[in-house]
Design a binder for this molecule. Structure first.
Ligand code: ADP
Ligand code: MG
Length: 574
């Protein structure tokens, strides 16, 4: 402490940037930080831990960021990620952009270098104009320069993250801010407890009536539930709406389990039929983006459609096709208003239509069933997923994390979910890399066991975090669908050179040994029976476990179900 500060301290109680940031987070119930320590935030992490915040250190900022993003989805509070400047910030930024794209509330807090030097571009340690870079990739971005503004800065970040359509917020904290000293009483008074961070947004009565009129006119109605509906935590209202209306519903992947996939009205196994034949489609917290073929084209068939859309974001309406009945508001309020408007004697969806849907669904389920019961070794996707499907049925409160190509597409269809917010996956971008970050946050935020079903390629993006899982002794069981490569392990180098094809990995790799290196349990499973035993043991014990599930390298198709998105050369292959 300088002599000046010491003499002031003799007369008054002081606080500083470190303490004010910690106090501001705690005051607002943000009690967990996912991050990677380093200059200038190492001491901040230590002090936060000492002050009772749970500080979880990762091996790479992107994984910490993904953890924070999914913590936001699971809790409706912004997940906090803490990184160092420049490269650490950039690593975290991928996750911040991901949170924004997926509408998850998250705050990325990065330390940054000295403003004066950065702005004059004089070459500071990790020099970068982080605020400018973050801005186009998130919902809002703020920088705090004075300790007295920390309270307001944190409050703005929280409100921006969770109100309206949730998203990612960047908070830039220059190194100098942490040590800035101010009067403790004034500091305390500068903190802001955010009141009603995500205010209810009540839909206009006209909009509700218009939607009900359209719904009533439908002959073959369909409800599509998206992850916004899962996020909203309006589970009872949504179930009531679906059951009262009798309308078949189609859950998007992270909305699976809002109502059980085995619910008689679930049209998951009759997806193509309902998309083609429905005449009125009500979207609840789902966008008509690429995941729904933009609401048009072949998969939507020839039947003219009318769309009703419930969303908190008014600009979402008409983004791909005309929305004849936009209902803008939060899902809880909108669904409640629809229910109230339906009154006591709402006509149930026609039995003709629901009969067609059920029949198709039963046919598809019956067609799939025998493939899921094979005990082939090496395994194929269906044999392996068949046993995991049964395990999830027996343990409906476990959280399922899922990424990969075939591993993702097939697991999504095959594994039924029974409870809300139990399936978390690649989301709007369809990305690889969320696996271990999501698994860690899911275990931390919910206390439930986690089953991560991972393609071998997907796992590679975050695999080093198995050390983190072991370090915190988390109940995470990772199953790697190891088919020796990306999509498949059978491609060959057409030149006959010694390099393998770009999509091929080391043959017969033993990912299970990675887990053993850090004290976790590693198992090599070569048949569905072995896989079943190993997963059950892992979920019973709660011990960090990695199962290397040996899949036939020839199983798997290019890009899973989205091979059509690959551009192809029309020229003759040489
Ligand atoms: P999916 O990928 O499952 O189809 P999307 O991410 O495309 O889901 O859509 C989620 C939608 O939910 C977004 O348009 C978002 O604005 C909306 N949303 C998120 N939270 C709420 C909420 N609480 N109330 C209303 N809409 C919400
Ligand atoms: Mg693979």
């Amino acid at each position: 402490m300088s002599a000046v500060v010491q003499s002031i301290a003799a007369e008054q109680e002081l606080t500083d940037g470190f303490n004010l940031i910690i106090d501001a987070l705690k005051l607002n119930g943000l009690n967990t930080i996912y991050g990677v320590p380093g200059i200038p935030i190492t001491d901040f992490g230590r002090m936060a831990q000492a002050a009772g915040i749970r500080v979880l250190s990762f091996r790479h900022e992107q994984n910490a960021g993904y953890a924070a993003s999914i913590a936001g989805f699971l809790t409706k509070k912004p997940g906090v990620c803490l990184t160092v400047s420049a490269p650490g910030f950039l690593n975290g930024l991928t996750a911040l952009a991901h949170a924004t794209t997926n509408c998850f509330p998250m705050i990325l807090i990065s330390g940054s270098s000295e403003r004066e030097i950065v702005d004059l571009q004089q070459g500071d340690y990790e020099e970068m104009d982080q605020l400018a870079i973050a801005k186009p990739l998130c919902k809002a971005a703020f920088r705090v320069l004075h300790a007295a503004d920390i309270g307001i800065g944190v409050a703005r970040a929280i409100r921006a993250a969770v109100s309206g359509r949730p998203g990612g917020v960047y908070l830039d904290l220059p190194a100098k801010l942490f040590g800035q000293v101010m009067d403790a009483e004034a500091g305390k008074n500068s903190l802001v407890k955010v009141i009603d961070a995500a205010p209810a947004q009540i839909p206009a009565p006209d909009a509700v009536k218009r939607a009900l009129d359209v719904l009533k006119s439908a002959k073959r109605p369909l409800i599509i539930l998206g992850k916004g509906a899962a996020y909203a935590q309006a589970d009872d209202e949504i179930r009531a709406l679906i059951e009262k209306s009798g309308i078949p519903f189609l859950p998007m992947s992270m909305a699976k389990g809002l109502l059980p996939d085995t619910h008689p009205q679930c049209a998951g196994a009759a997806r193509s039929t309902v998309l083609k034949d429905a005449d009125v489609v009500m979207l609840i917290g789902a966008r008509l983006n690429w995941l729904l073929s933009h609401g048009k084209g072949k998969s939507w068939g020839d039947t003219p459609k009318k769309f009703i859309q419930i969303d908190i974001e008014p600009k979402e309406m008409d983004s791909n096709v005309e929305i004849v009945a936009p209902v803008v508001g939060d899902i809880g309020s909108c669904v409640s208003a629809l229910l109230a408007g339906m009154g006591g004697n709402w006509p149930a969806a026609s039995a003709d239509w629901t009969g067609v849907v059920s029949k198709k669904r039963e046919e598809n389920i019956a067609k799939m069933a025998p493939r899921l019961m094979n005990n082939n070794s090496p395994m194929d996707y269906h044999g392996a997923l068949g046993v995991l499907r049964t395990i999830v049925k027996e343990r409906p409160d476990a959280i399922l994390v899922n990424e990969g190509a075939n591993t993702l597409d097939l697991a999504r269809g095959i594994i039924d979910m029974y409870q809300p917010r139990k399936r978390i996956d690649v989301g709007t971008w369809g990305i690889m890399g969320i696996g271990m970050g999501y698994s860690i946050a899911a275990a931390i935020e919910t206390g439930k066991p986690v089953l991560a079903i991972e393609g071998d390629s997907a796992f590679g993006f975050s695999g080093m975090e198995v050390e983190t899982i072991c370090r915190y002794n988390l109940p995470v069981c990772i199953v790697i669908f190891n088919n020796d490569g990306i999509y498949r392990g059978t491609d060959v180098n057409p030149t006959g050179g010694s390099d393998v094809a770009p999509t091929v990995f080391v043959k017969g790799a033993r990912y299970d040994k990675m887990m053993e290196a850090f004290g976790g349990v590693g198992i090599n499973a070569t048949s569905p029976d072995e896989l079943k035993r190993a997963v059950n043991a892992a979920l019973d014990s709660g011990k960090p476990t990695l199962i290397n599930a040996v899949i036939d390298p020839a199983a798997g198709s290019e890009s899973g179900r989205i091979g059509n998105l690959n551009p192809q050369s029309l020229l003759k292959k040489k």
